[in-house]
Design a protein around this ligand. Sequence first.
Ligand code: ZN
Length: 294
Amino acid sequence: MRITARAALLLATGVLFLAGLVLARPQGGDAQVLTIPIRGPVSMLEGRGGNVGVCAGPDGVWIIDTQFADMAPKLQAAVRELSKEPLRFVINTHWHGDHTGGNESFGALAPLVAHARVRGRMAQGRAGQAPAPARALPSVTFEDGLRMYANGEEIEVRHVGPAHTDGDSIVWFHTSNAVHLGDLFFNGRFPFVDLDSGGSVRGLTAAVADLLALLPEDVRIVPGHGPLAGKPELREYHAMLVDCQALVAAAHAQKKDAATMKQEKLLARYARWNWEFIDEGKFIDTLAREAAQR
Ligand SMILES: [Zn+2]
């Protein structure tokens, strides 16, 4: 197909307009909450920080993750638009501050539920991150998982990993065929893998392979970060993880260090997975560090 000059101009204008929209996306205190209905009582909320899952109905409201502390009022307003029933439970997929920052606010309204290591790591804090106040800590913990039944939904909370950290869980809404994968899944982006919190790229890749085998083909997937997805996007992410690890393992076997791998642009073919927090270079650092540990 031939593209006329006029069509090319229109296309270029469209691209610039979209780029402007992305750049104009509000940051920090200006961030707005966007509600994306998924199926039945299940929705996803986008704001600033990790994506939030909601199961709202006559039995009350369940929420998955709480973003940053300053987002709590906006998240609570968005939840009230979905249901006037009280908040019943808050579930954390893992301990990071962009998923648990609102715990103190939400924890005043309902019990906080998470894997035991989420409570442990939040209570402990780490360099550059103060221990969380007692009111922000999960009051109900589990080791392997648990199930809840509400709003006509069977809600399974299942510990997986070590993967992104050593305390990751997924929350699977069986009836509606939707799942929140927390930071096991960065949709269309390089993952942050928290080696200092017991995470592992190898573990993450294995966990994602297990999920691909486990989840139904038409499942709707809430990623920790990025837009709502399905199995095709999760499959693409898995293939990227496998290939990036193989590339770094091969370079490591040739005694190349991370600086050399970056200089040689080892992951250049995956440049479109770059984002503001993790780019090719940072992902190489993580992969090379893990390769050196073996
Ligand atoms: Zn995280």
